[in-house]
Design a protein around this ligand. Sequence first.
Ligand SMILES: Cc1ncc(COP(=O)(O)O)c(C=O)c1O
Length: 308
Amino acid sequence: MEATSKIWMNGELIDWDDARVHVGVHGLHYGTGVFEGIRCYETPTGSAVFRLKEHMQRLHNSAKLIHLEIPYSVEELRQATHDLLAANGLPSCYIRPIAFSGYGRLGVSAKGNPVETVIMAWPWGTYLGDEALKNGIRAKISSWQRISANIVPHVAKASGIYLNSMLAVTEAQNAGYEEAILLTPEGTVADGSGENLFVVKNGEIYTPDLSTGILPGITRESIMRIAGELGYKVHQKILIRSDLYLADEVFMCGTAAEVTPLRSIDDHEIGVGPVTQAIQKAYLDTVKGQTDKYAEWRDVVPGLQRAS
Ligand SMILES: Cc1ncc(COP(=O)(O)O)c(C=O)c1O
């Protein structure tokens, strides 16, 4: 992670090195935090954060699901992000808001503890590498199952839940693959360790529906709309692992991974195809403002240099 100048912490912009907490904070011990991953891109009308309001709304939803009260509204967090990016002068970056149960009681219940709210931003290129965006990655079905709705609310982007993702991606990487695909306890396809998943078969597009243990991805939702408007039929449905092996194309998507093709799954060759390429281009054009469409998704940051 590349250090930048300022971090927004509990209502103030403070120096990067001063953004500290005590080792006794509840969130460190029990994973009682919620976070977001957001990207800001340079566009012809200035630097713009992609779907900032929707990300901050999901942060609030995640917090509600784990009984955490964030003391700032969605609009206040949106404004704080603008202030942070302007202070750091970052024309394009990754943004990481996090809210977590702070220092107080260290029993399992977080009741009564203060809530710490932080926003960080730093330059971050492609998540899986430029090569991955172009030629795809090799993925492996994980031996770890995706957490299910009555274990912890999978709809929440909560810190503790990411132990599930971390174990899956570590297992995949130790076995020589780049990313993991998690199945639900019922054996249906869920998502990647940090991405949603799409399958292309006979020119139509399929993605697991929201009941299958997945995070309701903002990129996933954006892509369903973009793909629909490109003329593809998009279905949300239950998928099994054979659907992946027999697919014409498979791609993963997320704020960090953007649109990343899968070259193979469990050593079944798939290959990068034209539908994935068309959607990847349309998505990158959208976030970078290379199209007039979807302007409402690009939240231009005042006070940041206009892109030349
Ligand atoms: C498990 C998981 N699925 C999907 C996604 C994609 O979500 P989004 O498109 O909102 O970044 C992420 C990324 O945060 C994730 O961690």
